[in-house]
Ligand binder design. Sequence first.
Ligand code: GBH
Length: 474
Amino acid sequence: TSTDEALDPVEFPPGFLWGAATSAFQIEGATAADGRGPSIWDAFTAEPGRILGGDTGEPAADHYRRWREDVALIRELGLGAYRFSIAWPRVQPAGSGPADPAGLDFYDRLVDALLEAGVEPWPTLYHWDLPQPLEEAGGWPERDTALRFAEYAGLVRDALGDRVAAWTTINEPWCAAFLGYAAGVHAPGRTEPAAALAAAHHLLLGHGLAAGVLRDGPGAPRVGIVHNQTELLPYRPEVADLAAARRADAVRNRVFTDPLLHGRYPADLIEDLAPVTDFGFVRDGDLALAAAPLDLLGVNFYQPHRVAASPEGIDPGLLESGGDTAALVGCETEVMVRRGLETTGMGWEIDPSGLYGVLTRLAAEAPGLPLYVVENGAAYPDEVSGDGRVRDPDRIRYLEAHLRAVHQAVRAGAPVRGYFVWSLLDNFEWAWGYSQRFGLVHVDYATQRRTVKDSGRWYAAVARTGTLPGAGGG
Ligand code: GBH
């Protein structure tokens, strides 16, 4: 039976890459150190009511000062790769102009230390921390931001390109565009649906331009982007819910994958969004740039969703209400519906079959393109017990179940080449502040003491052996 199967040990292919991920604003702190400029997240977290508990980017995990200790932890866990992001406001405090050498030096030392520890550096150029002066000039809805991004990419390439073998340009353009400019739950907190579409386009354009810049660097770097594809299936097998799921899929997934993989916007999206935008921001040649060759596609996955045409006839307690729903531009009557599954600390439903669905779908759509799960993980509130040990069996169960889904996708023919846990460290969880912890390593924010959680030890063994133990094993 499928239950028995889920208990068998599984072995990942040789060479499968095991890593963990973080992002600059979420772990670094030191937001004013060494000439760093303000980002949209500094401005957003300073606005009352935006972040749970009024939390800000300080102190985060103080990684800007404790990076040596963190590299030692990565080595101790035996990871093959570490995905981190580079803070644009450290490299270009004003968002344009020459590089600030102090900012680049930080990442230069980090890359060297990782290589010395035998860990592949996987930098992401943009994980949402736009320099505030660029937002003041209009932000991602302005075409110029894409050009500035390409310029920034050149500065980073010149500094690190001799040692970085795998780059990703932008983390989750969907969040940057739609949570930031339509739902307004992320920085810069704008609620302008048409601007969100323009932002999405300029993020894609910025990606394409930056990909070309990075590829021009030394060696033969691999270049990709990180997309948070999710599974949006109809809540019920009814015509109206099927149509609703198609609409949501267009504005959530295909708005990015169609340009990236096929150099076009989906015809149904253009039609659905006619009342919102005429796509007048698309210029000749943009879509060819967005479809710049990819060496890999990074995939972030947390939870799938079910979509219904309207709330009518559905228990109101089952309706999803967060920013993810508000961000579905053009889906004003559509709703996302919970199925009553077990949830993580964030209240997100746990369903690893969604990850299998995402990976096999992308594999079919982009034959042969190497896929890397570059974020997957679960948050829970603080888990420290009296003896100082951090017991987090729920996280282990979440990771194990999702890794089984990845393995199943590999067996089904998806070229998944690696997996990164979100996150290496507990960190600043955006609108949720420090209330939710995703780390394999616990951070006591008052003392900045790091403690490897049970999940960290469990994951280290998985990474070492390339195997998930069966039930009762390991
Ligand atoms: C990823 O975002 C990010 O790349 C990473 O930085 C982040 O820490 C991690 O996942 C965990 O969230 O319902 O209004 O609360 C995932 C995208 C964005 C999806 C926030 C859920 C909730 C919005 N997530 N969203 S709301």
